[in-house]
Ligand binder design. Structure first.
Ligand SMILES: Nc1ncnc2c1ncn2[C@@H]1O[C@H](COP(=O)(O)OP(=O)(O)OP(=O)(O)O)[C@@H](O)[C@H]1O
Ligand SMILES: [Zn+2]
Length: 719
């Protein structure tokens, strides 16, 4: 027992929590390792005493009192040890200790670690402990805990969109690893478990692959489940989703309600002679919840749901796509009433052109058409297809008797977004100060998937920070991630010349947007690489727009030109970079549309000139005269040229502002719209620069900053 006591003090010294008597500075604190070790020691003390009767707690406290720490703080009910952003509190009276990380703003957040097997109800325990538990290595007592964690992990994983599942898994495994390494070799058992876990993981993946649950994608195609005879066998899902889970699209829900009714009782409809659609086409941008709506229909009606994607029919081998369609319908018929859902139907159902990308699309579509014609209306099968490009679809699919009902699933409007935010916020622990209305106002143009993603990202970040709840700050940060893509983890790139270029380029976009009347309001500008680009100027519309005016489009063009113009003006014609390529390609697309589709060029007139671009004929015969073609070309160029000139005018007259802004960007890396406005009027920004923050963090780390109550107490005691 003596050994145990000494260990606590020694351990605290070792891990840098406690400065030793001579004040020699300590190693930087590894909070995870400390927590794990403390927890282990506490538990071993606890085990010697068995259950937690008051007498035993006293006994244990006696031991603690003898220890190096407690001797000095006999009378203290609590000892706090501060370290950078963490506080370790030891509460002898309850024989427990807590490691807190200081909260995001001012709030302190606590989660209990190693309260020696005893729960302390008075201590707020972070509700987001799943991550922190993993990171800190909180031990669940039995193997059941492991199973639970695993199940939880699996459940959580399923909830995430496919793109994020990997990141989540990475985090999970990292959590396990950091957990495992703290034992540093001594804990052979643990590493054994870890090995077993990996073997299990590999096995799961392999098994999943074999059974076709996990598929490998090569380019556009799936090479999946090669070993089983019937590849891509679609099995119906049991759907738990209901209309309650689908938010912010009341009209669409109304439109499909009848279908639910029908699926619940097809007989009733047949008896009354009603005619129901065979196919429903859900049209809307990606992420607006088309799949979700289809699932909800199945869930409401309690019928099987066959989920496929158009691309799955797109096969390497001749006739396979068609066979899959046949198999799918055969299975569905056996399970009617049911729903067949075909996602991204445009990938197979677009105009029946023979091209090298979809050589056998014809056969597949024909099969689909004949299957849909093959069953009668009231057989109890509803085929729901989703697309975001209805214009591209083969007209044959849209004929009566096929997908003759069309339901639009638009991006949510303000009220819809409030609803969706409310829904997803209700699933996480969040601060009461969060106002969904403000969130919705600040996320114009977001889809349901974006919002879900945003809330989820905020919750994950809060969990890794061991926060008690998700605050507005986390949500703001998450919004920027959704809006601009994840920032480069290392911050700015190490090439300062490139950074300078980016700063002037982005400042160019920003200034043009500020001084152009109809431009979308600025949100943020940054020179931290995001996604593909080196910098980013993010704009956020103030309200939902249902249409764009010509002035708004021209403003957008001008802003796009701003980047290139800035490079030219500051660094000279021959120093322009490739950084503007993306801007130019987007600008060109827009200009082409303005001239050819929207009739926004007086010279070219009001005709839609894209009609024959869409034609599926193999050999295109343009019915435009060469003069007209030339005219269109000239007009597109003129629109772009004029826009370039407007941007140049602004940046030439605002040279000083341009420089101020670029310098500020180099210094602060990211600026909000308000900060931009301060900077260009010559005012200072009232926050430390990222460089200063980094430096002060480093300084803190190298400085013994731990002293506190413990030693003050000791000093006073001696005098
Ligand atoms: N209106 C909404 N209400 C609640 N959740 C939504 C809504 N829209 C999207 N989501 C969330 O976003 C996820 C992705 O949406 P879903 O896959 O249904 O979009 P989609 O329109 O089918 O997109 P895609 O065209 O890319 O397949 C859903 O699983 C759901 O969690
Ligand atoms: Zn640009």
């Amino acid at each position: 027992m003596q050994a145990v006591n000494l260990n606590i003090g020694g351990l605290l010294q070792n891990t840098g929590l406690l400065r030793n008597r001579n004040g020699i500075s300590r190693k930087p604190l590894n909070i995870e390792a400390t927590a794990t070790s403390l927890s282990r020691i506490y538990q071993s003390v606890w085990r010697q005493f068995g259950s937690a009767s008051p007498a035993r707690i006293n006994q244990m406290n006696d031991i603690l009192r003898d220890s190096m720490i407690s001797r000095r703080v006999v009378k203290k009910s609590e000892i706090s040890l501060n370290y950078d952003d963490a506080v370790v509190r030891i509460v002898p009276s309850t024989a427990s200790f807590y490691i807190q990380r200081r909260g995001f703003r001012t709030r302190k957040q606590t989660f209990g670690v190693g309260s020696a097997g005893k729960t302390t109800p008075e201590e707020p325990k972070s509700p987001l402990t799943f991550f922190s538990d993993l990171l800190v290595g909180k031990k669940t007592k039995t193997t059941e805990g492991g199973v639970e964690k695993w199940n939880q992990y699996e459940a959580d994983l399923k909830k995430l969109p496919e793109g994020q599942q990997r990141t989540y898994t990475d985090g999970f495994v990292k959590g396990l690893l950091s957990n495992g390494t703290t034992g540093a070799g001594k804990d052979a058992k643990k590493s054994n478990t870890l090995t077993r876990f990996y073997i299990f993981l590999v096995f799961c993946i392999f098994f999943g692959y074999l059974t076709g649950r996990i598929r490998v994608r090569v380019g556009d195609r799936q090479i999946g489940s090669l070993f089983f005879s019937n590849p891509q066998e679609v099995n119906p899902e049991d759907v738990q989703v209901t209309f309650e889970d689908v938010r912010g699209m009341d009209e669409a829900k109304l439109e499909v309600e009848e279908i639910v009714d029908y699926l619940k009782d097809p007989e009733k409809y047949s008896r009354l002679g009603g005619r129901l659609p065979k196919g429903v086409l859900l049209v809307g941008p990606p992420g607006t919840g088309k799949t979700l709506l289809a699932r909800a229909i199945a869930g409401e009606a309690q019928v099987p749901f066959f989920h496929t994607a158009g691309s799955e029919f797109d096969e390497v081998l001749v006739g396979q796509g068609a066979r899959r369609v046949r198999d799918l319908f055969d299975k569905a018929k056996a399970r009617a009433p049911c729903i067949i859902f075909i996602d991204e139907i445009d990938s197979v159902g677009s105009k029946r052109v023979s091209n090298s990308i979809h050589p056998y699309a014809n056969q597949t579509i024909n099969q689909l058409l004949s299957e849909m014609d093959g069953f009668t209306r009231n057989e109890g099968i509803i085929v729901i297809a989703a697309t975001n490009r209805v214009d591209d679809l083969d007209k044959a699919l849209l004929r009566p008797g096929r997908f003759d009902v069309r339901v639009t699933v638009p991006k949510p409007d303000l009220a819809g977004r409030v609803d969706i935010f409310n829904f997803y916020l209700s699933k996480i622990v969040h601060s009461g100060a969060i106002d969904p209305k403000i969130l919705a106002k600040g996320s114009t143009g977001f889809t349901g998937a974006d919002i879900e993603n945003m809330v989820n990202q905020a919750a994950l970040k809060a969990a890794t920070d061991n926060a008690v709840e998700v605050t507005m700050a986390y949500l703001d940060e998450a919004r920027d991630r959704v809006l601009m893509g994840p920032a480069r983890t290392g911050g700015r790139i190490p090439d300062e010349e490139a950074n300078r270029n980016t700063a002037y380029h982005e400042a160019g976009h920003t200034l043009v947007s500020l001084y152009t009347k109809d431009a979308t309001p600025l949100h943020k500008v940054t020179i931290i690489p995001r996604g593909q680009s080196l910098g980013h100027t993010a704009m956020l519309p103030e309200k939902d727009s249902y249409q764009l005016t010509k002035a708004q489009m021209l403003a957008t063009l001008d802003v796009m030109m701003g980047g290139r113009v800035a490079e030219e003006l500051i660094f000279g014609d021959d120093k322009v970079t490739t950084g503007a390529a993306d801007d130019l390609s987007k600008a060109t697309q827009l200009a082409v549309q303005m001239v050819k589709v929207f009739g926004m060029s007086d010279k070219v007139g009001l005709r839609d000139y894209t009609a024959d671009d869409k034609d599926s004929a193999l050999v295109k015969v343009s019915d435009l005269s060469p003069q007209t073609a030339e005219l269109i070309d000239g007009e597109i160029n003129r629109v772009l040229q004029e826009s370039y000139k407007r941007a140049k005018d602004i940046l030439t007259t605002k040279k000083k502002e341009h420089q101020l802004l670029a310098e500020a960007l180099l210094e602060y890396e990211t600026l909000s719209a308000e900060e931009v406005k301060r900077v260009i009027t010559g005012q200072k920004i009232k926050r430390p620069t990222p460089a200063a923050v980094k430096k002060s963090n480093e300084m803190k780390r190298n400085q013994p900053s731990l002293v506190l109550h413990l030693f003050e107490e000791e000093g006073r005691g001696k005098q």
